[in-house]
Ligand binder design. Structure first.
Ligand code: BG6
Ligand code: MG
Length: 213
């Protein structure tokens, strides 16, 4: 067993199913621009920030977009996403999420949150779990989206824990890559066929067992 001193969680798709809301909002936007959008393509957007995701979608369009047009499209997607999360509550926590957070706390480890979403604080408040984290990265201060290691390194530094003693938990290909390039142990949540770079993969946080890693 590794001597972990901190666990750093992703939010969307790990703790709550907001990944589905991002999917719905991006699909509506892509289709309004005549770009085909499906679950396979959506995998490329997970963990990628808002403008990065928009650029990946618009690469499939023959049109060219000014920065002003891109900002308007990103804003439209975000307004739909904000509407979708407005009614979220504790009932939207994924199975095992609270138990996983409680197990990490009981083991005396620090708990961080590394989401590139600028809506992460709102989602944490709606879920009623903001105070379960020792540190939540402010996505507005992160220059490089996942798969760059910046966000996980930022969380580790704020928690005062060396990356080698951190366990990162992610549902996205880009997120797992971010954890690995930060020099941490990567626990994937999802399918091993998709999260090939992860050190271990579990189907959901309901299978999270700190002592197994
Ligand atoms: C990530 C999601 O957590 O946040 C992405 O996996 C999303 O799908 C990204 O695009 C940015 O979110 P927001 O809320 O800042 O638009
Ligand atoms: Mg995610």
């Amino acid at each position: 067993m590794n001597q972990f001193k901190a666990v750093i969680f992703d939010l969307d798709g790990v703790i709550t199913d907001t990944a589905h809301y991002h999917y719905l909002a991006w699909k509506a936007l892509a289709e309004s621009e005549g770009v085909h959008f499906d679950h396979a393509f959506n995998e490329n957007l997970k963990g990628v920030d808002r403008m990065g995701s928009l650029n990946l979608i618009l690469a499939g369009s023959p049109k060219t977009y000014s920065m002003e047009q891109k900002l308007a499209l990103a804003d439209r997607k975000n307004r739909q996403y904000v509407e979708l999360i407005a009614t979220m509550s504790e009932a939207d926590l994924l199975p095992g999420a609270i138990d996983a957070l409680a197990a990490v706390r009981a083991a005396g480890l620090k708990i961080g949150l590394a989401s590139v979403s600028k809506n992460a604080f709102t989602v944490l408040e709606r879920l009623g779990i903001r105070d379960r984290f020792d540190y939540v990265v402010d996505a507005a201060l992160i220059a490089n989206s996942k798969p760059h290691p910046e966000i996980f390194l930022n969380a580790a530094a704020a928690l005062g824990v060396a990356p080698a003693h951190c366990l990162g938990v992610e549902d996205a290909v880009a997120g797992v890559a971010s954890i690995k390039s930060a020099g941490m142990f990567a626990l994937g949540v999802g399918s091993p066929e998709v999260l090939t770079q992860a050190d271990r993969v579990i189907p959901s946080l309901a299978q999270f067992r700190l002592g197994d890693y």
